[in-house]
Design a protein around this ligand. Sequence first.
Ligand SMILES: NC(=O)c1ccc[n+]([C@@H]2O[C@H](COP(=O)([O-])OP(=O)(O)OC[C@H]3O[C@@H](n4cnc5c(N)ncnc54)[C@H](OP(=O)(O)O)[C@@H]3O)[C@@H](O)[C@H]2O)c1
Length: 291
Amino acid sequence: MLTVSLPLSPTASVEVPALGLGTWRLGESTANSRTRAAEIAAVRLALDLGYRLIDTAEMYGEGGAEEVVGAALAAWTAQPGCAREEVFVVSKVYPHNASRRGTLAACERSRKRLGLDRIDLYLLHWPGQHPLAHTVAAFEELRAQGRIGGWGVSNFDVGGMEALWRLPLGPQCATNQVYYSAGQRGIEFDLLPWLRERGLPAMAYSPIDQGALATDRDFAAIGARHGVRAAQAALAWVLHQPGVIAIPKAVRETHLRENLAAAALRLSADDLAQVDRALPPPARKQPLAIL
Ligand SMILES: NC(=O)c1ccc[n+]([C@@H]2O[C@H](COP(=O)([O-])OP(=O)(O)OC[C@H]3O[C@@H](n4cnc5c(N)ncnc54)[C@H](OP(=O)(O)O)[C@@H]3O)[C@@H](O)[C@H]2O)c1
């Protein structure tokens, strides 16, 4: 399995899968609906297939996605040989909850919904109104209590990362989760190099542009050369970037299987050149793409 080194603290890194599972849009139906049961089954299937990193957030379905993940994890870990520690769980606090006390309370609620003693990585979902120092203090308190394994941010541009790095405990940050796909390459100009210089992986959300790259002509042609579909080629392109973790969301079994297989795909120099011609890298700074 392709892995990426994640610095949970400046002195301790863990290897996490470069391919994870996104969960946005899950848990939006009522807790006892058929849709909810199908979603739980999909996440459990993902675990059975070998997914070992799951990304969620208190925002998704207002806690519903965390409940789906929690139910799937409970069912999966009930099987012999399936240990909770094998799965790396990421969740996020809403910016409006990210005061010192609010972060502690939000994490407690998320842990309950997930059914976990510890969230492996806890992110600030996007920059908000609460002082960053207060959020960081809460993250460090949660880490000291063993409630989270480490923490990071999401949707932070270089300026935000620099502000974070000016805080005494800011460099404890493990990652920045941002929109990154072959169609959204803006971070290659400055943010990705900034993170790489500090040994921080980027966590790429919407790596297949919310499904849009599944119908891209160039990726269809690249995929055809490897006997795979366009979405897989697009995902392989993200996974080809060093220090990048991709978290495509999928509930359909074919998609779950295709995306796992994409992690084993190696694109050629010709493939990469074709992507650069069709979707060129940024020549100047671009505003951070946000969904
Ligand atoms: N931090 C943030 O602010 C932020 C923002 C956005 C997203 N995220 C995270 O990143 C995750 C991924 O982003 P996303 O959900 O926006 O978009 P995405 O992963 O790029 O695309 C998901 C869509 O693509 C479809 N899909 C998945 N695999 C496919 C395949 N092999 N072939 C064709 N279609 C495929 C899915 O369909 P099915 O579901 O029907 O299988 C779904 O409709 C989210 O779920 C969330 O966990 C974070």
